[in-house]
Design a protein around this ligand. Structure first.
Ligand SMILES: *C/C=C(C)/C=C/C=C(C)/C=C/C1=C(C)CCCC1(C)C
Length: 260
């Protein structure tokens, strides 16, 4: 991509993410003591900046890593747009924007799973069934969580079934075919990125079911705390996750350039 095209992509990303909030901004103003609202603002901006960063850095890496960076940028782009809406709902009403969160997750979580598939595909041939297992597992996790959280299903049943689906995904990336492919074929840089990504899916992702458990089942955290926790979790699971992939892509691409 030449420099003009690159900047066009970046400008388009910023414009698209900025539009929805302009439409709603007039309705309510952020108060200086609304820390949840402030966290929504900070993170929405961090997501826009990350999007531009991933799209521009795509130029720096070998072709086999480019799709990974595109997907990282799409994750933060989709999340940024949802954050603009969630932020406005929160600032205007003080209510938890559950529907927007789940719509965001429904798109970004499968994309994060695509990242596992792509990082493995950059080093070896990966059967399509690995991709489908990760995709179906995460989709079921979210569908059950939503049914429970939105009241279409018993809260506990939604939690148990959603957690079972998540545990299945963890099994697949640690012990299943995806985990084995990585152990057999990857360079040290890819292996360490893959293992960091796995820890994020274990510990970073655990924040959401813990929030659900404490917020909906035990009633021990209020909406403010729950939203701050989810917002911080998104920084780790979307931006930091993307940076890990960016780092391995740059390391592998520049390492090879030096050898030539
Ligand atoms: C960027 C957003 C991410 C990575 C969201 C991840 C969400 C989860 C890992 C949610 C998990 C849940 C369960 C494991 C049980 C049911 C309730 C959920 C949906 C909160």
């Amino acid at each position: 991509m030449n420099i003009v095209k690159r900047w066009k992509v970046a400008a388009a990303a910023v414009t698209f993410t900025g539009l929805p909030s302009l439409a709603m901004a007039a309705e309510a103003n952020l108060q200086s003591d609304d820390f949840v609202g402030i966290s929504f603002w900070l993170i929405s901006m961090a997501l826009v900046a990350s999007t531009v960063f991933f799209f521009i850095e795509r130029d720096r890496v070998d072709s086999k890593w480019k799709t990974s960076l595109t997907v990282s940028g799409l994750v933060t782009l989709v999340a940024a747009v949802h954050y603009f809406y969630m932020r406005d709902v929160w600032v205007a009403t003080g209510e938890t924007p559950t529907v927007y969160r789940y719509i965001d997750w429904l798109i970004t979580v499968p994309l994060l799973m695509v990242e596992f598939f792509l990082i493995l595909s950059a080093i070896t041939a990966v059967p399509a069934r690995v991709f489908w297992r990760l995709l179906i597992g995460t989709t079921l996790m979210l569908v059950f969580g939503y049914l429970g959280e939105a009241g279409y299903m018993d809260v506990t049943a939604g939690f148990v079934l959603g957690t079972a689906a998540w545990l299945y995904v963890l099994y697949e990336i640690f012990r299943g075919e995806a985990g084995q492919l990585n152990a057999e074929n990857a360079s040290p840089a890819v292996q360490s990125a893959f293992s960091l990504m796995r820890y994020i899916v274990t510990f970073g992702w655990a924040i959401y079911p813990i929030g659900y458990l404490m917020g909906y089942m035990m009633g021990s955290v209020d909406a403010d705390t729950l939203n701050i926790i989810y917002n911080l979790a998104d920084v780790l699971n979307k931006i930091a996750f993307g940076l890990i992939i960016w780092h391995v892509a740059v390391t592998e691409s520049e390492g090879k350039a030096k050898k030539k």
